[in-house]
Design a protein around this ligand. Structure first.
Ligand SMILES: [Zn+2]
Length: 277
């Protein structure tokens, strides 16, 4: 009799909990698991392919060691940067227009000296430097055709409207040069050839040369203290090779969270099943 008096209500309570628990458990732990997965996967991390094979990617690495393929690559979405007569890819052009507008607001007078340069234009430019300075120096200050970021349509050379220190290292010491270094990342640009970066980038300090990589990545690079785009790019490639969890792994993780959720009630219910009485 005591079994029915004490055990049955406990059994009924147990049954109610068995029915109610999955309903309660469905909402809470699944959200936790989803949040965890989201935390592990930040907004669209670049893929290895995007980083290493896609010339149209804003994160494409182009240098003497990483020439464009084909060498006469031309981006498809070039447009004129308003008020300059020079072209960049659409998003880079919009970003540069915003940057210039902000610089004017801060009483800076900056001009775009060069932006997109075609393969043929780069050949002429490089040959001109070679004739003037010899191959060695020309190579330190300019890219052979097919290896220039300007050909990507994502690079722009910025100078002071006064012309002072244009395309010279001293631009970095001017008020305008300092403004550019401090604000470029907010618009998705990086100073691509930093001081002391020549061993890695292959180029002398170019405080005037901006490269567009998008706002998120430009800010991430600034935070990372990678120093050069080469180092930042290598870190991105490394991260892209870490396999994200598969759908099956995510499901398993959610199930284990559900099981953990169920454990305490099961353990506690055994108190109610006192059949020895
Ligand atoms: Zn440049």
């Amino acid at each position: 009799m005591s079994l029915f008096r004490a055990g049955l209500p406990a059994l009924l309570l147990g049954a109610c909990l068995v029915l109610a628990a999955p309903l309660a458990a469905q909402a809470a732990p699944m959200d936790a698991a989803a949040a965890q997965v989201r935390a592990e996967k930040p907004a669209k991390p670049p893929t290895t392919k995007e980083l290493t094979k896609d010339q149209d990617s804003y994160l494409a690495l182009v240098s003497r060691d990483h020439p464009l393929d084909p060498a006469n690559y031309k981006p498809k979405d070039l447009r004129t940067v308003s008020g300059t007569g020079m072209e960049l890819r659409k998003d880079a052009a919009t970003a540069l227009e915003s940057l210039l507008k902000a610089s004017r607001k801060d009483a800076q007078s900056l001009s775009v000296l060069s932006a997109y340069r075609s393969y043929d234009r780069q050949i002429a430019l490089f040959n001109g430097y070679k004739a003037r300075y010899g191959t060695d120096y020309a190579t330190r200050i300019s890219a052979p055709a097919g290896t220039s970021e300007h050909q990507l349509g994502l690079a722009a050379d910025i100078g002071l409207s006064s012309g002072v220190c244009n395309l010279k290292a001293c631009f970095g010491e001017t008020e305008g040069g300092k403004w550019l270094a401090a604000n470029a990342a907010d618009f998705g640009f990086i100073i691509r050839y930093p001081a002391d970066g020549e061993k890695v980038t292959g180029y002398k300090y170019e405080p005037w040369h901006l490269r567009f990589i998008g706002v998120d990545q430009a800010k991430a690079m600034e935070k990372s203290k990678a120093g050069t785009f080469e180092a930042f790019h290598a870190a991105l490639v490394k991260a892209s090779k870490v396999k994200p969890p598969t759908a099956a792994q995510i499901k398993k993780q959610r199930e284990s969270l559900l099981i953990l959720r169920f454990l305490p009630p099961y353990r506690d219910w055994s108190i109610g099943y006192d059949f020895a009485r």
